[in-house]
Design a protein around this ligand. Structure first.
Ligand SMILES: Cc1cc2nc3c(=O)[nH]c(=O)nc-3n(C[C@H](O)[C@H](O)[C@H](O)COP(=O)(O)OP(=O)(O)OC[C@H]3O[C@@H](n4cnc5c(N)ncnc54)[C@H](O)[C@@H]3O)c2cc1C
Length: 383
């Protein structure tokens, strides 16, 4: 085994131990109370997880996207919310890594890697989600600063975190609209207001908030890449990795549902035999296991393409679409296999069923993924 593989194995073993000993025993209580897992997050900082994909020269672990996806899938198989704490943080880091100036990389990536600066991505607004070019939050240059006014919603990690990659309009009249969009590294300060924490069906324990910007002043040196007008492309480039890690979350949830279903189907007896011996249950298990395996292969293939520096929006889109639908389908089938117990908060399956739908929406809805796949198909196969 080469050195890199050995290192990856050691990291995955450490994650498994951490999840078994320090996370699993607390998930039910924290999730049901919608309580932020502060102690667990401190351990995640110590383990270097906030720097998973940040290169070693900037203080991170320098993991490949493939290893990072394996880390995310394992975390999500125990508690999906925890993976969200590092995922959107690392999309912010990926935007700086790919599009930031060298000065910005040196100033921010080491602080992102330790978790000293921690947060996510501030894109969505009350009137703009999928259609990001319709955002209205505005930044106006004023000397060595920009003054930001507007609001964002559904911003994960923005309550407990202290920094977000903030997408704004610097030229609202620009045509095409994306030429007027810019991205800032926005640390909390006067005028950066967390207006409220949002209630959610699942993905609980993690903070998703509404934000308001009232004459918030951000230094011009925090404009990613140092130029106005590239914000949307910078965000979209980061979303390729984001989609791979949402796919990995889907894989984690689908795997957990399969695991619980296989175990329960052997314990529960009806008509004198374990339900795993009834053909109707076997058909479900067969489908669930096939979905997990197919999702795993799609996630790996997208992550490898990303690691190889290839354009991979189609591969990431396929992995995101399939693996997250697999999570939803497996959660429902796992619930059916558990009968009434699947409807009880005593069993983890009700959480999978509440967590999985987010994956169909976040990092580009699954409707949009299929459209992206189709567009790429046509582009790659012109007649
Ligand atoms: C728990 C949670 C956490 C989140 N965290 C973050 C975060 O950290 N940062 C952030 O910026 N955002 C975050 N979001 C927001 C998320 O990214 C958006 O919800 C998502 O992009 C969809 O936008 P929307 O909700 O405005 O739906 P809309 O854009 O209003 O879409 C509504 C429906 O129309 C469909 N649709 C829209 N346009 C088209 C089209 N052209 N063709 C076909 N169908 C279309 C969509 O697929 C969807 O089914 C989070 C959301 C949730 C629920």
């Amino acid at each position: 085994m080469n050195h890199e593989l050995q290192q990856d194995e050691a990291i995955l073993d450490a994650i498994d131990r951490f999840l078994r000993v320090e996370v699993r025993p607390h998930v039910k209580r924290l999730e049901h109370a919608d309580e932020y897992p502060s102690a667990i997050v401190e351990r995640m900082k110590e383990m270097g997880l906030f720097g998973c994909i940040i290169p070693v020269e900037y203080g991170g672990l320098g993991l490949s996207a493939a290893t990072y996806a394996a880390v995310v899938a394992r975390i999500a198989s125990v508690w999906m919310s925890l993976s969200g704490i590092i995922n959107s943080h690392l999309i912010m880091a990926a935007a700086v890594l790919r599009s930031g100036t060298e000065e910005q990389k040196r100033a921010f990536l080491p602080r992102f890697a330790t978790g000293e600066l921690r947060g996510g991505i501030g894109l969505t607004e009350p009137d703009a989600g999928t259609d990001l070019q319709a955002i209205r939050t505005r930044a106006v240059r004023d000397g060595e600063h920009y003054v930001v006014n507007g609001s964002k919603t559904w911003i994960t990690n923005s309550g407990q975190g202290n920094c977000i990659a903030l997408l704004v309009k610097t030229d609202p009249a620009a045509e095409p609209r994306h030429r007027g969009m810019s991205l800032f590294i926005a640390e909390k300060g006067p005028g950066f207001v967390v207006s409220r924490k949002l209630e959610k069906l699942g993905y609980r324990g993690i903070d998703t908030c509404e934000l308001r910007f009232d004459d918030y002043r951000v230094p011009a040196s925090r404009l990613v890449g140092g130029v106005e007008g590239s914000g949307l492309q910078q965000v979209l480039a980061g979303l390729e990795l984001g989609r791979i890690n949402v796919a990995a979350r889907g894989l984690g949830v689908a795997t957990a549902a399969l695991h619980d279903a296989v175990a329960y189907a052997q314990q529960r007896k009806t008509f004198g035999k374990p339900i795993c011996e009834h053909q109707a249950i076997q058909l479900k298990l067969g489908e669930m296991a096939t979905r997990v395996e197919a999702a795993r292969l799609l996630v790996q293939s997208a992550a490898r393409a990303y690691d190889g520096g290839e354009r991979c929006d189609m591969e990431a889109g396929m992995a995101k679409y399939f693996a997250t639908e697999a999570a939803m389908d497996n959660a429902l089938e796992c619930m059916r296999i558990h009968g009434a117990y699947g409807y009880s908060p005593e069993f983890d399956v009700e959480r999978y069923y509440r967590d999985a739908p987010l994956l169909l929406i976040g990092e580009g809805t699954n409707e949009m993924q299929r459209i992206i796949i189709a567009r790429q198909l046509v582009q790659r196969h012109p007649v």
